[in-house]
Design a binder for this molecule. Structure first.
Ligand code: 13P
Length: 305
């Protein structure tokens, strides 16, 4: 990596009293540069805990919004203005209100991959690391609406035995990983452990040995004796998996497992972000206060995994 660029970023960080957070799907050089890397849950907790004045969020919009919701006194910057999440955008508040009107007594659990105003309309938020525990903590006699990811939703349904009302959203990066991809990777490496993210389709998860959030994958490999892993999620995580287990081999289930939005963050954009304080992610106060409640129910009541 370019030393001059790194020094420039270090100086800017000091001037701005900034911290750099990066999601596990970020390009390797961004993960290496970050003060903290992690999954959605870990990063939202870090963003709330840090005493930095500026948070440069190397991820996608909903993650930066989550940081802004939890830490209104901090300036949250997203280095790439157009780094969105198609899954998060698959539900609007109007659609959620309509669904709620059909099930007026239901509790709404929204996946963190959702817009701030959808979080504001929800009772509970969850990430892939704690969706099962959040749903398990809800009263047995309550109907539960789960939005927007149908695949995480059916995983939670299966694990909890609860009859969730699902929304047909999906992650366009995870659904490109097919049953064939898993079968052919397993045929090539019969000794490998297959780790799949819950956003994968049901047949892919059924063929997998472990269904884990990105943070859980990083912990799992450290404690596993296996020497090879097939990774069914966004391939950016392989950079950090290799660092955790330099002696093991990591094979992507599919070369197509690349999130184009996560890859919009570059070193140059991180520099520009710190220099020009862009792009400042703000959430209107009325929405922020409501969304914070659903996030706090998640952050405060559940142990991080
Ligand atoms: P994790 O919470 O497992 O990091 O997943 C985030 C995500 O956006 C998956 O597509």
């Amino acid at each position: 990596m370019d030393d001059a660029l790194l020094q420039k970023i270090a100086k800017l960080k000091q001037q701005r009293k900034a911290v750099i957070l990066a999601h596990n799907y970020q390009p390797g050089e961004i993960q290496d540069l970050a003060d903290f890397t992690g999954d959605s849950l870990g990063l939202s907790i870090k963003a709330a805990e840090t005493d930095a004045e500026v948070v440069v969020f190397c991820g996608v919009l909903f993650m930066a919004q989550t940081a802004a919701i939890l830490s209104p006194q901090k300036t949250v910057l997203l280095p790439a203005k157009d780094a969105g999440c198609p899954l998060a955008d698959m539900i609007t508040t109007e659609q959620l209100r309509e669904l709620r009107a059909k099930h007026p007594d239901a509790l709404v659990v929204c996946y963190v991959n959702s817009p701030a105003d959808v979080k504001a309309e929800s009772d509970y938020c969850c990430t892939s690391a704690n969706a099962v525990e959040v749903v398990q903590s809800l009263p047995e006699d309550k109907e539960i609406i789960f939005v927007p990811d149908q695949h995480l939703g059916s995983f939670v349904k299966k694990r909890t035995g609860r009859d969730l009302i699902l929304w047909p959203g999906y992650c366009s990066t995870h659904v490109v990983i097919t049953e064939n991809d898993i079968n052919s990777a397993k045929a090539r490496y019969p000794d490998a452990i297959v780790m799949a993210h819950p956003e994968c389709t049901e047949p892919v998860k059924e063929l997998s040995d472990q269904i884990l959030s990105t943070g859980q994958m990083l912990t799992f490999v450290v404690h596993s004796d296996a020497k090879r892993f097939i990774v069914a999620t966004e391939n950016g995580i392989i950079h950090t998996l290799k660092k955790k287990r330099p002696d093991a081999e990591f094979t992507p289930a599919s070369e197509r497992g690349i999130c184009p939005n996560m890859k919009k963050i570059t070193l140059d954009k991180v520099v520009a972000s710190l220099e020009d304080m862009k792009y400042h992610i703000k959430v209107p106060e009325e929405i922020r206060l409501k969304a914070k409640k659903s996030l706090e129910r998640m952050v405060e009541t559940l142990p991080a995994t």
